[in-house]
Design a protein. Structure first.
Length: 551
């Protein structure tokens, strides 16, 4: 009788598990992350934890409300949030991660802050970037009258942060910019001019508040509005080696332009070396609706396109979607409830993408993660992320419907916890339907094992066999427990702190009766806890003497 071994390599969209007798794709690896010490083994992700002091009030006693944008610089989080200083308006904030408290920003008034964006539905997300010693804030809520075109936080003195709204001196911006990005030490403002041609308007070098030359302007061939941009390193054409390029995404998700060089080129051999400014349209009719998914990674500048996560690589070429053709995850991003609300971030090892998946009941906010070194997907992760930014190995999160700023890592440590916002959360290991085969007879199994390890806590593990209509064929329950370490009940130095964890080993699945199926999936569910680990599942399968039955 043949043995089917399910190797949990990656989460993927494919309905039938790829790999025939050795299936390798999973339907879900919910709240599970790769074990750092072994391939094809999965452990619970650490819980998101609130940053101390971030659920309080802003300096001055104002409410810390919905966060509309944020950026981590050093050990501080800067952003815009709703507050009750002025109803219906956003104001800037600064949170010190190491100090565990909000930092005072002076200069904030009801007259120089923008109106808050909508909290749901389509939106133009605000964006901020650092140019010199100022954080520049592009926010469509600015009035566009007087000096209220964009915001500026002066961080030259970390102990005395100041804020003001501005327009550029000498040559003013004609409209409120929808996006801003630092490129070659200039602020590049994305300006969609009514009844005119959209344009990128650049500031002086290291001076985001001044445009001494009106020719610091770049238009991109047509009147399609500008959406967003990101900077990445690409192969240099003139000088050899590498150079920075600005990639500009237009609305409609069908155009990406590459901009290189500068308005004032520097001589060859000096540092930095800038060639004359050039632009070209990338020869792929794609782009993004989700401005907050344009993310720099070690492999390229990633973005969520209408057909999945793509990237612009070092050669300035747009790749196919990561995980297309059933090899990974693209469908959750194609089925998102509102594309403009998707967000992503990367810490160099994992790319995290959060969206509302409309293919799931109630369109929950979920996160899928692409592991760059291992080239695999896992998720969905259930902590509801509205905005995310990286701080070293940790991610700083502004969640949906939960107050405060939170942090989370996808790499467990000995200090990781598994209670999230006061509640437990479930890990679900579910295979795709297997086996994908040419035979037409029904199959049966009476014997199966799964490989698992567990920590010192008692864990109730639920195991279900599911048919192609998601009906349960059979259900089993297993209780696993390590040996607790009790104070004053052991010789000092002879016990394991917090209890003994079991090694990865096989355990038979106690089915109640023989399983008869054409194709099925196995689902293992357990509450997240330290020490849990799941590996492959193996079944002895017998082919029966009659053809497959309709389910």
């Amino acid at each position: 009788m043949p043995v089917i071994r399910i190797n949990p390599v990656t989460a993927a969209d494919n309905f039938y598990a790829l790999g025939e007798q050795s299936p390798s794709t999973m339907a879900f690896l919910q709240n599970l992350v790769p074990a750092p010490d072994s391939a094809q083994q999965w452990i619970p992700r650490p819980a998101a934890t609130v940053l101390a002091g971030s659920q309080g009030t802003l300096p001055g006693g104002f409410t810390f409300g919905v966060v509309s944008c944020m950026k981590v610089i050093g050990d501080r989080v800067y952003g815009m949030c709703a507050s009750d200083r002025a109803a219906g308006q956003d104001e800037p904030f600064c949170y010190d991660i190491l100090g565990g408290a909000f930092v005072t920003i002076t200069g904030i008034t009801a007259s120089n802050t923008p109106s808050s964006p909508p909290s749901s539905g389509a939106w133009t997300p605000p964006h901020m970037d650092l140019v010199g010693t100022r954080i520049i804030i592009a926010h469509t809520g600015y009035s566009g009258s007087g000096s209220n075109f964009f915001g500026s936080i002066n961080i030259a003195n970390p102990s005395a942060l100041t804020y003001a709204s501005s327009n550029t001196a000498t040559n003013a911006l004609p409209v409120v910019p929808s996006w801003v990005v630092q490129f070659n030490q200039r602020a590049w403002f994305f300006c969609n001019i009514p009844n005119g041609q959209p344009a990128l308007l650049a500031s002086n070098t290291l001076d985001a508040l001044t445009r001494t030359n009106g020719s610091y302007t770049l238009t991109l061939n047509d009147n399609v509005p500008l959406l967003c941009g990101g900077v990445y390193t690409v192969t240099a054409s003139q000088f050899g080696g590498q150079t920075s390029a600005l990639f500009v995404f237009k609305q409609g998700a069908s155009q990406i332009y590459q901009v290189k060089g500068d308005f004032v080129p520097t001589p060859v051999g000096t540092f930095p070396t800038f060639e004359d400014i050039t632009m070209n349209l990338l020869p792929v009719a794609t782009g993004t609706f989700a401005a907050n998914t344009v993310t720099s990674t070690p492999l390229g500048l990633t973005f969520v396109a209408p057909d999945g996560v793509r990237m612009v690589n070092f050669d300035g070429q747009v790749t196919e979607p990561l995980g297309s053709n059933g090899q990974g995850k693209v469908f959750p991003f194609m089925a998102t409830l509102e594309p403009t609300r998707m967000v992503s971030a990367c810490n160099g090892s994992v790319l995290r993408i959060s969206s509302n998946d409309a293919s799931v009941q109630n369109s929950p906010r979920q996160e899928w993660v692409y592991d760059l070194p291992r080239r695999l997907w896992h998720g969905p992760h259930t902590f509801p992320i509205s905005l995310v930014a990286q701080h070293g190995a940790e991610a700083v999160i502004a969640p949906v419907g939960i107050t405060g700023l939170w942090q989370q890592s996808m790499s467990p440590t000995s200090s990781s916890t598994y209670m999230e916002n006061g509640a437990t959360y479930m890990c679900v290991y579910q295979t795709a339907f297997f086996p994908d085969r040419v035979e037409i007879n029904q199959l049966s199994t009476v014997k199966a094992v799964y490989y698992r390890a567990f920590g010192s806590e008692t864990s109730d593990i639920s195991i279900a066999a599911i048919d192609a209509r998601n009906n349960i064929i059979d259900f089993a329950s297993v209780q696993s427990s390590g040996m607790s370490t009790l104070w004053d009940q052991f010789a000092w130095g002879a016990a394991v702190w917090l209890g003994a964890a079991s090694p990865l080993s096989a355990e038979e699945i106690p089915w109640n009766y023989p399983l008869v199926f054409d194709r099925m999936a196995i689902q293992i569910s357990v509450t997240a806890a330290a020490g849990l680990k799941f590996g492959h599942v193996s079944l002895i399968v017998e082919e029966l003497g009659y053809t497959v039955q309709k389910v």
